[in-house]
Design a protein around this ligand. Structure first.
Ligand code: GLA
Length: 393
């Protein structure tokens, strides 16, 4: 079903659930994402190279002339509402906290938000590391600015969505997910400097030659949030230790591979391992951009493979299932690169596969994974799509 058809269906639901206020109905979408390389670098002021995928959150909205936001989730078949004059988080309908946080922050930033009725539905797999929450946040912000008719710079928008997740939802994420969900571009990856927020769209190899295949291990470890925060603080410890020798550095982003090998022995052993990953991963992202521009796809694939080994051995955020999925993929002819993607401890792998090897990949990897783990994985062959856009109804 096309995006337009999905939006039209949602408009019917919107009218059924909340009635028609007579105002113009507006539809928008924001994309899920997969990170091609640059993992656990965003909160170190570093570089990332994600792409927005053809899995998204679709929202339709209509102003309601009241001071109330009404939300209907077609996926949960449930609705909720809150007043624009008192936005607090909800312990029961936790999915509403993403729109609540975003709308609260839009208002705090001085935007004039009007009451509206919203119906939404998404097909980004949840809790799989493909940023379904970022898609909901960014989709909410984008729809709100269209319905309320105020100007909203996209970079300001995604920064605000990240802040909503940090302060309102309470998840300490970096800027990558919201940024790509908002600013991704069809057929391109996005090279982002997470310090300056300067970015560059990097064309991906043609879809008839190479495909991006995402494998969902269908496992998620509970410890992801605490381990994530622990890694962040280990990186900060590393910066503090290195500042004795490199007083001008503010983040691991400022440390080169050579400088790091010169001073790493002064750090706690575990902290040094974590930092080694980040410093080298930043370099790998820069090298990947060069490789993609040069059309050196096999070098890009090698960098993806190195990234996985580093996340597994140094940053230690992989798990048995992710490692297995990557090994099964790497064993297949025509797989150029494979790695875990996202925060880790479960979720998905991303694979760069020659188009003519995709069939073999799909026939072998899921079956062997299931044989060894007893878990049925999900596999998505993806294309890079636009991030946040209006859908014409
Ligand atoms: C999660 C976070 C991102 C990023 C990745 C790891 O997806 O939301 O900000 O830190 O983990 O690269």
């Amino acid at each position: 079903m096309s995006l337009k058809q999905r939006a039209q269906l949602l408009r019917e639901k919107l009218f059924n659930v909340f009635g028609d206020t007579g105002e113009k109905v507006i539809a928008a979408k924001a994309a899920g994402r997969v990170n091609l390389i640059g993992e656990h670098t965003d909160y170190n002021d570093g570089f990332v190279l994600p792409m927005a995928i053809d899995r998204e959150m679709v929202l339709v909205g209509q102003a309601n002339q009241e001071r109330v936001i009404r939300l209907y989730s077609a996926d949960f078949d449930t609705s909720a509402e809150f007043s624009l004059d008192n936005i607090v988080s909800d312990a029961e309908d936790t999915w509403t906290n993403y729109p609540r946080g975003v709308i609260k922050l839009l208002m705090e930033a001085g935007h004039r938000v009007v009451g509206m009725n919203v119906a939404m539905s998404g097909n980004v797999p949840q809790a799989a590391g493909l940023s379904s929450s970022a898609a909901l946040e960014v989709g909410t912000a984008y729809l709100t600015h269209l319905v309320s008719r105020f100007e909203l710079d996209k970079v300001e928008m995604v920064q605000l969505c990240q802040r909503a997740e940090n302060t309102f939802v309470g998840v300490n994420c970096g800027i990558m997910d919201q940024f790509i969900s908002g600013l991704g571009r069809k057929d391109h990856a996005l090279f982002l400097d997470c310090r300056s927020l300067d970015y560059e769209l990097v064309p991906l190899p043609a879809g008839d030659e190479y495909k991006i295949v995402i494998c969902n291990t269908a496992v998620k470890r509970g410890l992801v949030d605490s381990a994530y925060n622990e890694r962040r603080s280990q990186c900060e410890q590393g910066v503090a230790g290195l500042q004795q020798f490199l007083p001008d550095i503010k983040a691991l982003r400022d440390v080169t591979v050579n400088e790091f090998s010169q001073y790493k022995d002064n750090l706690d052993e575990l902290v040094a391992k974590r930092c080694q990953h980040v410093v080298a991963e930043n370099q790998r992202v820069e090298d990947s951009v060069v490789a993609l521009k040069d059309g050196d796809i096999s070098h890009f694939g090698q960098l993806m493979n190195q990234s996985h080994a580093s996340l597994r051995d140094l940053y230690e955020v992989s798990c048995r299932e992710l490692d297995l999925m990557v090994e099964l993929a790497q064993a297949i002819d025509g797989v150029v690169g494979a790695r875990m993607t996202g925060a880790g401890f479960g979720g998905c792998t991303v694979n760069l596969v020659k188009a003519d090897a995709v069939e073999g990949f799909l026939a072998q990897v899921p079956e062997k994974y299931e044989e060894k783990t007893g878990i049925t994985p999900e596999v998505y062959v993806c294309t890079a799509m636009d991030g946040a856009v209006e859908i014409g109804l």
